[in-house]
Design a protein around this ligand. Structure first.
Ligand code: GLN
Length: 554
């Protein structure tokens, strides 16, 4: 029978519930348990696809085309398994379902209420992934913070499930904060006591407390927390601030979070005394002790917000570790980039990545950065809008189509080299209507991309409405920008390369969504490798200049 772990959060948001949930799942997986994670978000949007990255960070896209919370990215990166639409549920989706049923007459004669109708639907969805016994353990992260009005139906649903299934089948892990007051030189437990009390008022008591802290929790303090919060002493887990999110699973292993959860769920620890984390440790070692360093410019319009390009940043970390090279990401705001200041802002980068995006703000800056990378032979990687703008740049500055553009920004350009897909033209609804999820792509066998992947048939995830306009394919190819990857069914261009450049690849899809700790994405690995080579060339060059200067001095 599938067992369930719920991860709740108290005191404040941004404590890293997603990372704790993913770390616990990783440890259970490493002990041989089949595990998945799902996230329940208490907002009214049906999915986060319509949310601005400033509000909610990146929108993560799954294989089956669900636009989901960025925590699902962490789940996939840690567990190296796919999630799906079922792994992310919002209050909006729950209500939409219940209201649709009400309209169909499913509750005829009844008053439809939060309890039991909404809570029943929440419970149904909480149990859904465990229904066919594919998983030994399903971990559910509850978004928001205990005490929020909108979290109440979720807490009530978990309370009911715990009552129905018993404590040995249903566990609550509560993530909380133990602040350190510098003036008093003391760790404070009161906010945690309050958040646990608030949960208990709703009938739910946590079984395990994971305590975020800047200072180690000493034994007496753990005992105090246990006593006042009504948990066993070994269930007070210390979660110190970590140097990287990738060290958290090992920290949680040291604190025995997995062991205590398994004990409480009455499940065996397995034959190994420790989870099998060999590969993970290898990755972490490479990440911590790089042999070289590169500087990659990330050109985008949300760069001030760390979470907006989460998967890209993580994919660069995976690729850096693979290359035993530290990747320093320099965020460059495309809105303030011009042809005039491009040299000043971009000259000391080893590689340039132009980010995905929507709308025209900061677009010309992206085009200037691409031009700079192309002309100066700096490794360039364009993702989605980044690839589209690479095409626009090439059309304008190489093919002489001065007024080339994407019809997203200019509805009637002289040369619409990027245009809306036919099947998108009649769509008026915004939510969930883009080209979403995994699509196949056939690569030209002698292309750089095919050699990077080591195969010619791939599938990658998409999230866009516009495409390369195939009317221009021949002109582009003759001019030197080659479409080396196409969808086998529709002929839509997926990848462009230019010749005579150390690394210049634009992709219509989002490779970053598929990069995991165990399987860093080949395109990112190759991009960082190209950056390393560029850096060596530059350093070699400056060494040579120094040597020449020294010898002429002699
Ligand atoms: N705005 C572009 C489109 O819709 C690109 C989207 C993206 O970069 N994800 O096609």
């Amino acid at each position: 029978m599938t067992k369930y772990i719920f991860v709740t959060g108290g005191v404040t948001s941004s404590l890293g519930k997603g990372i704790i949930a993913a770390s616990l799942a990783k440890l259970l997986q490493a002990r041989g348990y089949t595990t998945t994670i799902q996230k329940f978000d208490p907002y009214i949007n049906v999915d986060p696809g319509t949310l601005n990255p400033y509000e909610h960070g990146e929108c993560y896209v799954t294989e089956d085309g669900a636009e989901t919370d960025l925590d699902l990215g962490h789940y996939e990166r840690y567990l190296n398994t796919f999630t799906s639409q079922a792994n992310n549920v919002t209050t909006g989706r729950i209500y939409q379902h219940v209201i649709n049923k009400e309209r169909e007459g499913a509750y005829l004669g009844k008053t439809v209420q939060v309890i039991p109708h909404i809570t029943d639907e929440i419970k149904r969805r909480m149990l859904m992934l465990g229904e066919d016994n594919k998983f030994d353990i399903v971990i559910t992260e509850l978004g928001g913070t205990v005490g929020d009005i909108e979290s109440l139906p979720y807490i009530e649903a978990v309370r009911q499930l715990k009552w129905e299934m018993g404590d040995e089948n249903c566990l609550v892990v509560h993530l909380t904060l133990i602040p350190y007051l510098k003036a008093a030189k003391e760790l404070k437990t009161k906010p945690t006591q309050h958040s646990v009390k608030m949960m208990s008022e709703n009938g739910l008591n946590p079984d395990v407390l994971v305590c975020r802290t800047e200072e180690p929790l000493y034994k007496d303090l753990k005992r105090k927390i246990a006593l006042f919060c009504n948990v066993t002493e070994n269930a007070v887990i210390e979660a110190m601030d970590a140097d990287t999110i990738y060290s958290v699973p090992l920290e949680m292993m040291r604190e025995k979070l997995d062991e205590i959860c398994l004990q409480k769920l009455q499940l065996p620890l397995g034959t190994n005394p420790d989870p099998n984390m060999g590969k993970w440790k290898e990755f972490l070692n490479k990440l911590r002790y790089p042999k070289s360093k590169v500087v990659v410019g990330l050109i985008g319009k949300y760069v001030e917000l760390q979470d907006a390009y989460k998967s890209i940043l993580e994919a660069l970390i995976h690729a850096g570790a693979m290359n035993e090279c530290k990747v320093e990401v320099r965020n460059i705001h495309s809105e303030f980039l011009t042809r005039e200041n491009a040299v000043e802002k971009l000259h000391n980068l080893d590689a340039i990545l132009v980010a995905p995006g929507f709308g025209s703000r900061g677009l010309e800056g992206k085009i200037d950065a691409i031009r700079f990378a192309r002309e100066n032979k700096i490794p360039f990687f364009g993702i989605c809008l980044g690839m589209q703008m690479a095409c626009v740049e090439f059309a304008r500055n190489v093919l002489g189509m001065k007024n080339a553009h994407s019809t997203e920004m200019d509805p009637n350009p002289e040369e619409g080299v990027i245009a809306m897909m036919e099947d998108q033209k009649n769509i008026t609804q915004k939510g969930g209507t883009m080209r979403l999820g995994s699509y196949e792509c056939e690569l030209t066998s002698h292309s750089k991309t095919a050699s990077i992947y080591g195969k010619t048939h791939i599938a990658e995830r998409h999230r866009h409405r516009y495409e390369f306009n195939n009317e221009y394919q021949e002109i582009f190819a003759n001019g030197g920008m080659i479409p080396v990857g196409k969808n086998p069914g529709t002929g839509l261009v997926e990848i462009v390369e230019i010749e005579d450049h150390p690394f210049y690849i634009g992709v219509q899809f989002h490779p970053e969504y598929k990069s995991t700790v165990e399987n860093p994405h080949p395109l990112f690995v190759a991009f960082v490798k190209a950056a390393k080579e560029a850096s060596e060339r530059r350093n070699g060059h400056s060494k040579l200049v120094n040597q020449l200067a020294n010898s002429s001095l002699r």
